[in-house]
Design a protein around this ligand. Structure first.
Ligand code: SAM
Ligand code: SF4
Length: 423
């Protein structure tokens, strides 16, 4: 049964402790990221940190949109991309995240065209919002973007009003109509929903899921509401307090109501039956290069974080450097623990894959972790791999949520140090 119980609470406390400890970063003296290992595959992450207005619950790295600043930013982004090419990197997959990545569609297209001319790109995934789903915009994206992920969050007008999205993107019904027209233009359209808004009931979620099932997008992502410290106090004032028991109940409802139409790609991502499978990028790409202000790179056991200041970012790029500002190296054990969480979040931890990819013996090197997860009923072993039970799916969802909240804390701390000229 899915509920907040001893193992979820215990693991979440451990995660909070671990993210506090492991996401404590040092200044980096690097001008450029290290070169690639020719035997590895990497993902390229591109960050576009601009939004027309800022939603209260969001702690991603984003600034209020100003056209001139944004156009300069895109120029620097393309410059940083050329620097990555000069280091010798190649990428099959690109993920463009925001902010609102499609805020200047012409700049986004130029950036993707450059990426395709520099690297052997096969898949491009991009985040967007309901205001950028016009036919002409999507036609421009054809052949450039394979997967477009649209932030909907909820179709409930009450929730949309409270989180400041009703005025910005229209009512739930208007968003539904925009999606209806958009589905089918690009190869994959993903809808993002958030569940467990304060005071969200089972009935409200049931309506959201019903609408999505009728729309039948290729993919659906259902994020639990993540409240980093500053988001928590903002939400408390605007909607109310987050209830974790409700999170567990609503998650069980999601799994049950999607079972007929969708197959899980991870604890929170689902692919519509019959749609082409597009990998969960968090699970399948263990090493990535991030370009743009505030983006993260993970290379050979080291996490690098780019500067959050738009001014410093521009200065670094203009002086021949990359955006990297801070870093942290992780022990082999910490990396294996992280990969175990990510792979179980993705639905399977294969003993063979741990051996070939990380040179690790899962049963020996992570003996205590595996024993705890098995004894607490969160995973089962079948053949040569471990799989999460339904209870485990919730555990790995909440662990991933804690990890994201940890990343949000890094963003918040970094952004708190910025002054007006940095934005
Ligand atoms: C970085 S946003 C970009 C999407 C786009 N700008 C929009 O708002 O429509 C990507 C997704 O992250 C999710 N997200 C943002 N803040 C969140 C939070 N506090 N808790 C859970 N999910 C969140 C939302 O589902 C959002 O669609
Ligand atoms: S949710 Fe999307 S539109 Fe809202 S502030 Fe975050 S990135 Fe911007």
């Amino acid at each position: 049964m899915i509920q907040q119980n001893f193992s979820t609470r215990f693991v979440n406390c451990v995660m909070r402790w671990a993210t506090n400890r492991y996401l404590c970063l040092q200044q980096s003296a690097l001008n450029l990221l290290p070169p690639p290992n020719p035997n590895k595959n990497y993902l390229l992450y591109i960050h576009v940190p601009f939004c027309a207005t800022l939603c209260t619950y969001c702690s991603f790295n984003r600034f209020l949109f100003q056209e001139e600043k944004a156009r300069h930013y895109f120029l620097n982004l393309r410059e940083e991309m050329r620097r990555v090419k000069d280091l010798g990197y190649d990428f099959k997959a690109i993920y463009v995240g925001g902010g609102t990545t499609s805020i200047l569609p012409d700049e986004l297209c130029k950036t993707l065209d450059l990426a395709k001319s520099l690297f052997n790109v096969q898949e491009v995934s991009c985040e967007s919002d309901p205001n950028h789903l016009q036919k002409e915009t999507l036609e421009q994206f054809k052949g450039r973007i394979d997967r477009l992920s649209v932030g909907v969050q909820s179709f409930d007008d009450g929730i949309l009003r409270k989180i400041g999205r009703y005025e910005k993107f229209g009512s739930g019904e208007e968003v539904r109509k925009k999606l209806e027209k958009a589905i089918g233009i690009l190869p994959i359209l993903n809808v993002d929903l958030i569940f467990n808004f304060p005071n969200q009931t089972r009935e409200m979620l049931a309506r959201d899921l019903e609408i999505v099932r009728a729309l039948a997008p290729n993919q659906l992502t259902t994020y639990p509401l993540m409240s980093s410290p500053s988001v928590k106090s903002l939400l408390k004032r605007s909607i109310g307090e987050v209830d974790l028991q409700n999170e567990a109940r609503l998650y069980a409802q999601i799994l049950e109501s999607l079972a007929d139409d969708f197959v899980p790609l991870s604890s929170w991502a689902f692919s519509h039956r019959g749609s082409e499978i597009f990998d969960e990028y968090v699970v399948d790409n263990d090493e990535y290069v991030g370009i743009g202000s505030g983006s993260f790179s993970f290379l050979d056991g080291v996490l690098y974080v780019n500067t959050f200041s738009l001014k410093t970012y521009a200065q670094r790029i203009q002086s021949g450097k990359m955006g990297v500002a801070r870093e942290r190296k992780y022990s082999k054990k910490a990396q294996l623990q992280y990969r175990l969480m990510v792979e179980l979040f993705g639905g399977e931890a294969s003993i063979e894959r741990f051996q070939t990819r990380y040179g690790a013996d899962l049963k020996k090197d992570l003996f205590k972790e595996i024993a705890f997860l098995r004894l607490s009923g969160n995973i089962i072993k079948k053949g040569n791999a471990y799989y999460p039970t339904n209870k485990g799916k919730y555990l790995f969802l909440s662990m991933m949520k804690e990890f994201y909240i940890g990343m949000d804390r890094v963003r918040e701390e970094s952004r708190a140090m910025l002054n007006a000229e940095d934005m």
